[in-house]
Write a protein that binds this ligand. Structure first.
Ligand SMILES: [Zn+2]
Ligand SMILES: [Zn+2]
Length: 346
């Protein structure tokens, strides 16, 4: 079968290669991949980034934002049948017995490994996944939208599970990429006032942000966004700022626009060098909270799928480009001004 693999350590080295088709083991399902999104973290991997704690298992198949149909079921599988439309959590190997697993937090199981950077991922014609990590797509959620459940769950975890947002809050989202636009929608669902900021070259994204519920949008390179946020909050600053860029200066801005004892939620991964150490003193002296947010759990996925089925979270408008696996080069290098989410398909 075809698979988009990272073939060597370092910058680049992607290829669309022929690999052996996987076979479902006990309790796992074989999924025929329909769509797999390119995530910001995939771009970091292709850019040569490796986490110090887990070197990449070269060569391996990329991708963790997928949807597909069940092609085959392994022994012991009871919840799925061939033809079911599914998506799933990025985690394999979890034990199912430890406290994290019993709490539904399978990603934090000691035995868990993540597809697409710790083992083979979903940019392939087929993937085998544990039944317990697989979710049926609601009938009114398309396979295309299904490939965005994973990033939507990342946003849901940050907004609904790591902090407590009230309708009286003013909340800023820094960065109008896929995660920023999803975070915005979950904040909107909490009833808060929303402000979205990005640089002017991301204007198409800011426009979509307005459509998806941003009360105010700002072009960060054309105005003083810290002053704008203070002006909208009687000078006090935002209750919450969601930092979705990983850019040095934006992290500093996020601290500078947060109110005394307010909260900065940091979701972004970054491979950039830089130091925000000077801004930290402001965060200390204003008694701020910095909440990091990563991943999701089984409960997050249920909430996310429910809200997508209810039409409260729009993932459809985020898909701007689709490429075949063979055209991975074009897909990974896509730099159109209107680009938001790029999907690959077999
Ligand atoms: Zn992702
Ligand atoms: Zn476990």
């Amino acid at each position: 079968m075809k698979a988009v693999q990272k073939l060597e350590h370092g910058v680049g080295y992607l290829g669309c290669v022929a690999v052996e088709e996987p076979k479902p083991t006990y309790g796992s399902v074989k999924i025929k991949i329909e769509f797999c999104g390119i995530c910001g973290s995939d771009l970091h991997i292709v850019g040569g980034f490796e986490t110090p704690t887990s070197p990449l298992p070269i060569p391996f198949t990329m991708g963790h934002e997928y949807s597909g149909t069940i092609a085959e079921i392994g022994e012991g599988v009871t919840q799925f049948k061939v033809g079911d439309r599914v998506t799933g959590i990025v985690t394999k190997g979890f034990c199912g017995k430890c406290r994290s697993c019993l709490m539904g937090d399978i990603g934090r199981c000691q035995d868990a490994i993540n597809i697409g950077y710790e083992c083979d991922g979903a940019m392939a014609e087929y993937i085998c996944m544990p039944e317990g990590a697989t979710f049926k797509l609601p009938d009114n959620v398309s396979l295309e939208e299904g490939a965005l459940v994973e990033p939507a769950a990342v946003a849901a975890h940050a907004v609904l599970e790591n902090v407590d947002i009230k309708p009286t809050d003013t909340v800023v989202v820094m960065g109008a990429g896929p995660i920023g636009l999803l975070v915005l929608q979950f904040i909107k669902a909490c009833g808060a006032k929303t402000i979205l900021a990005d640089i002017s070259s991301a204007n198409a994204r800011l426009e979509l942000g307005k459509k998806l519920g941003a009360d105010y949008t700002f072009e960060n390179d054309k105005c003083n966004v810290i002053q704008e946020v203070r002006a909208l909050t009687f000078g006090k600053g935002a209750d919450f700022v969601f930092e979705c860029t990983g850019v040095d200066i934006v992290i500093t801005q996020s601290i500078m626009m947060t109110k005394r004892a307010g909260t900065i939620v940091e979701l972004a991964l970054t491979s950039a060098e830089g130091s925000n150490i000077k801004a930290y003193i402001v965060a200390v002296m204003q008694n701020m909270r910095i909440q990091f947010s990563y991943g999701h759990n089984l409960g997050t996925w249920q909430k996310t799928l429910q809200m997508m089925a209810d039409g409260r979270i729009n993932t459809k408008d985020l898909v701007t480009h689709k490429f075949k696996f063979e055209d991975f080069d074009e897909a990974f290098e896509c730099n159109d001004a209107n680009k938001i989410k790029v999907l690959l398909h077999p």
